[in-house]
Write a protein that binds this ligand. Structure first.
Ligand code: ADP
Ligand code: MG
Ligand code: ZN
Length: 657
């Protein structure tokens, strides 16, 4: 993927020059500062004075530079002044006294300088008076010196500024602090080839069908214009998160083999008014130069929020939206420019965005059904090594309600588990464990339950399972476990549909399911005569089911078919909003309590009537910790339908006939 970030009209020039000037000033200051620190004060003296100092044995050392001589006067520090104490300390650190004195003397030398004169007499005189002399070595390479003291700091400072402003630009937007409002081209990605095709998107056949027309149009625009048909300018992909909206948009570009301009709605809107609008302008300008191509605006609700629904208006967002609307009207769709957008809150979008000529197509990307899930699993399992025995159908059955992103994640979890287990291929066991990890969290082997708690959890879970088995309108038990999980469950009972899940739920099914939820608590009460906190999640789910039954599905005798609540943001599992008066709300609550009470009583009497099964299966579960639905049903059938004679008659019948 190449993210060419708009090479043409970026204002790179401006920042570069500004950076350079800042760096140069900083370097000069740096150099002055360094020379001030590293050069102790020197006093200028005449050459005569220097010679006389040498003759008076006052000079310790000289350094002959290209144009001057640095003179170090002999130190007048008196060694005997250094007290006995110091010498002791010095010897403790293992440094010889002599070293210390020499160092002290060097430090305290006075420094002079004088102009350098080519004087033949000088060297013999120096030798005679025991003066050491040298010339600085690095001084011989002025180029290296220049690079070290000027170019290098300049480069480093430039780099720091560059990185700093770049990271700032991520927050502020535009081309760094210098480029606010000028160019915002960097805010979107261009992929010339997305590399994704419809084959990578499974289980969204209807969506793919609708999008196919767009692909065809991008391939043969002439076919459409010849007959006078106008291609829709934009399509809006609507659906819950993780269902593959972004993936579908990329696949359209991949299938049509056109460039893919993508950006997120939230990236348009910045704190500076006008930035978003200029970004929209820029985006459309760039895209129309590259047409045919696809512009994809992810999370369009960030800019497309209805303009009048706001309490406080947001100028920037409105301007951006207006610009988007006018650009969408302005461009010529016959060129092959198609705009796709995705959202999971279609109901808050501004009506103007949805009118014909703009996003007039709405493509629903739903949560996948059983077959869809199986197909998605097939797509993702291709990338991992698997054992031939794996059964993706069973996994699809167990993942009702999961979206594409979840399934992709589960396959990956399974592969990770296989690696942890030291295998080189994924087994069915890995896949099913991955499903549970995503649903309930990882097993927490280290959380040891006390014997008493373990018994309680076991009876609670078997209570759920028995209520399932004893009622008609329920899904069969798939697994019961009392191994705690990281997401809080101390144990759980997994139900799984036998075949295709169904899309409708009857009132009886809902009531039976509520009874199953409450059977855990009923078992605690029946067996231990107590109530535990373990039932809180059951109670929550049972209550919301009962509430929905009464307020949304019109299933209570008291209220009939009045819609008392509606769901906000249905693609985001949003909250329900109440549509009724306060008095009705109170009555709804009473009704919920009575539904739950009836279900609880039913659960209690079911378990009471099958106490033997409850006890035996619970004991078995305590011993094994995890049992399958089949094991559960085997014990259940043995106790509930003993029929020992039938076994014998069965064997005998063939002989008789
Ligand atoms: P959305 O944009 O709807 O929130 P994405 O398109 O970003 O979801 O999907 C996230 C990931 O989930 C994808 O990269 C892909 O791996 C996986 N995925 C989602 N839906 C599907 C699908 N229908 N088929 C295959 N993979 C899918
Ligand atoms: Mg997305
Ligand atoms: Zn429970």
């Amino acid at each position: 993927m190449d993210n060419k970030k708009n090479p043409k009209n970026s204002p790179l020039k401006n920042p570069v020059i500004i950076f350079l000037i800042i760096s140069a000033i900083a370097t000069i200051i740096l150099n002055i500062a360094i020379s001030a620190v590293s050069n102790p004060t020197k006093t200028q003296i005449t050459y005569d004075k220097f010679l006389s100092m040498v003759n008076k044995d006052k000079v310790d050392e000289i350094i002959i530079e290209s144009d001057r001589i640095i003179i170090y006067e002999k130190s007048d520090i008196d060694i005997s002044e250094i007290s006995q104490k110091t010498s002791k300390m010095i010897s403790i650190f293992g440094i010889s006294k002599k070293d210390v004195y020499e160092e002290l003397q060097k430090e305290s030398r006075k420094i002079y300088y004088t102009g350098y004169i080519r004087d033949e007499r000088l060297l013999p005189v120096l030798d005679e008076h025991g003066v050491t002399y040298s010339t600085p070595i690095q001084y011989n390479n002025p180029i290296l010196n220049f690079i070290l003291s000027w170019i290098l700091p300049l480069g480093i400072i430039y780099l720091i500024f560059f990185l700093l402003t770049r990271s700032m630009s991520k927050h502020i937007g535009g081309g760094g602090i210098m480029g606010i409002g000028q160019s915002n081209a960097k805010m979107y990605n261009i992929e010339n080839k997305t590399g994704v095709t419809f084959a990578d998107v499974a289980g969204q056949e209807e969506a793919k069908e609708s999008l196919n027309e767009i692909v065809d149009f991008l391939h043969h625009p002439a076919k459409y214009t010849a007959i006078g048909a106008k291609q829709p300018k934009g399509a809006l992909l609507v659906g819950p998160p993780g269902t593959g909206k972004t993936l579908l948009a990329k696949a359209v570009a991949g299938e049509a083999n056109v460039p893919f301009f993508s950006l997120s709605g939230s990236e348009f809107v910045e704190m500076f008014v006008g930035v978003g609008a200029s970004r929209v302008r820029d985006l459309f300008k760039q895209a129309s130069q590259k047409a045919p191509c696809i512009i994809f605006i992810d999370e369009i609700d960030a800019i497309g929020k209805s303009r009048d629904a706001q309490i406080s208006s947001n100028d920037e967002r409105e301007q951006t939206l207006n610009q988007l609307l006018s650009e969408m009207d302005g461009f010529d769709s016959s060129k092959g420019l198609v705009i796709l957008a995705a959202t999971n809150r279609p109901e808050i979008l501004d009506k103007a965005l949805l009118r014909p000529g703009r996003f007039d197509r709405r493509i629903i990307v739903e949560k996948p059904d059983l077959k869809g899930r199986e197909d998605i699993l097939k797509v993702h399992i291709k990338n991992v090594k698997t054992d031939p025995s794996i059964d993706l159908h069973a996994m699809a059955l167990a993942t009702s309600g999961a979206v594409g992103a979840d399934l992709a994640n589960m396959v990956n979890e399974a592969a990770l588990r296989a690696v942890r287990m030291g295998r080189n291929a994924v087994l069915q066991e890995d896949l099913m464990e991955a499903v549970e990890v995503i649903i309930a969290g990882k097993e927490k082997k280290d959380r040891i339950l006390s014997e008493k708690e373990k018994r309680m959890v076991a009876f609670h879970e078997v209570g759920h399972a028995l209520a399932t088995a004893l009622q008609k309108n329920t899904q069969p038990v798939h697994k019961i476990t009392i191994v705690p999980r990281t997401m809080g469950a101390l144990g759980y009972t997994m139900q799984m549909p036998e075949e295709e899940e169904h899309y409708l739920m009857s009132k009886d099914e809902i009531l039976d399911q509520i009874t199953v939820f409450l059977a855990g608590r009923a078992a605690e009460e029946l067996v231990f005569g107590t109530k535990t906190t373990g039932a809180s999640n059951d109670i929550e789910r049972a209550t919301s089911m009962a509430r929905a039954m009464i307020t949304q599905y019109g299933m209570s005798d008291k209220f009939g078919m009045a819609g008392l609540e509606s769901i906000e943001h249905k693609y985001l599992d949003g909250r329900s909003v109440s549509n009724c008066s306060e008095e009705t709300k109170t009555k709804i609550d009473e009704e919920i309590v009575s539904v739950l009470g009836a279900c609880h009583d039913k659960a209690y009497s079911l378990l009471e009537g099958h106490r033997t099964a409850l006890d035996e299966i619970s004991e078995y579960l305590i011993k094994k910790e995890t049992i399958t639905g089949d094991e559960f049903m085997a014990i259940f059938n043995r106790i509930e339908n003993p029929e020992p004679e039938t076994e014998e008659t069965k064997e005998e019948t063939p002989e008789n006939e």
